[in-house]
Design a protein around this ligand. Structure first.
Ligand SMILES: [Zn+2]
Ligand SMILES: [Zn+2]
Length: 281
């Protein structure tokens, strides 16, 4: 029975690829693979790492009776599940020894090959200082974009890609019901990659297939002509007069936007809340 160690390095650095290693100490064998900086498939970092590690395990001939010790980091979350499902003899462990060193070495080698000064070194496991130094170097390069990790590609698929936004002045088409999402109203935005291109889909909040992961809006209810209008509070995009008090709503100033039927009701929130009489929109 052999013992295999699975470790990663470079995940905390915003630039350069994460390195994954599969190591046996007795007899000594080291396999390693790098994550791409970006990819187009709708899979997150952990799924990508799992797929690459399965490839390494095949290459190394890891058998189900071997002992597999895996770093507990998030990057291996999908791999943990896969090992469990497949019935491997595995557990998480704190990595040291050859696995840890070869992962760090492989990440470092990648940096030096790209031209990062060789005196930038990890000291006393102070990753923060080391990575910030590397990131600073990347920023000083003529084309820094070629070194950064694509953070969006690394996010778990689907779930984290829904955000609660608003349409501002631009109406959108709902991807589910194909209806119009009115200007100045809440919507859920879904960002995805399709055939290598980043695209967005928009949904009415009620049509969204998922609860939005991020984003929040402030809501308020005002009374217009005896009817309650629920709306959202947004920073005004372009200075325009408040229909209630006549004074300008300055760009960036927060204002109320809601709908009474198909009429857009807007204005300073305090004006709308304290208003008497009827309104002309
Ligand atoms: Zn809809
Ligand atoms: Zn006003």
């Amino acid at each position: 029975m052999r013992t295999w160690y699975i470790e990663d390095a470079g995940g905390g650095c915003r630039a350069f690829s994460e390195v994954l290693v599969l190591v046996s100490e007795e007899p000594q064998e080291v396999y390693s693979v790098k994550l791409p900086l970006t990819w187009n498939e709708d899979i997150g970092m952990s799924e990508m790492a799992c797929r690459l590690m399965i490839g390494l395990m095949k290459k190394a001939g890891v058998s189900k009776s071997d002992r597999v010790l895996v770093c507990s980091g998030n990057i291996f979350h999908t791999l943990h599940q896969w090992l469990e499902k497949e019935g491997y003899n595995w557990e998480t462990a704190k990595m040291d020894g050859i696995a840890h060193h070869s992962a760090e070495e492989a990440f470092y080698k990648q940096l030096v090959e790209a031209g990062v000064p060789a005196n930038f070194k990890l000291e006393d496991r102070d990753y923060r200082t080391f990575y910030r130094q590397v990131e600073k170097w990347v920023k000083s390069q003529p084309d820094p974009a070629r070194y950064w990790k694509d953070r969006e590609a690394r996010m778990a698929p689907a779930k984290t890609r829904y955000r609660l936004r608003n349409t501002f002045a631009r109406p959108r088409k709902c991807h589910k019901c194909k209806g119009k999402i009115l200007p100045y109203s809440p919507m859920v935005e879904y960002r995805l990659r399709h055939k290598g291109k980043k695209t967005r889909h928009y949904f009415h909040p009620a049509c969204s297939p998922m609860e939005p992961y991020k984003g929040k809006l402030d809501y308020a209810t005002v009374k217009v002509d005896g009817q309650e209008v629920e709306g959202i509070i947004l920073p005004c995009k372009e200075e325009s007069p408040c229909p209630v008090c006549g004074r300008p709503i300055k760009a960036g100033e927060r204002a109320f936007y809601g709908y009474l039927g198909d009429i857009l009701v807007f204005g300073h929130l305090p004006c709308l809340l304290g208003r008497k009489g009827s309104l002309q929109y």
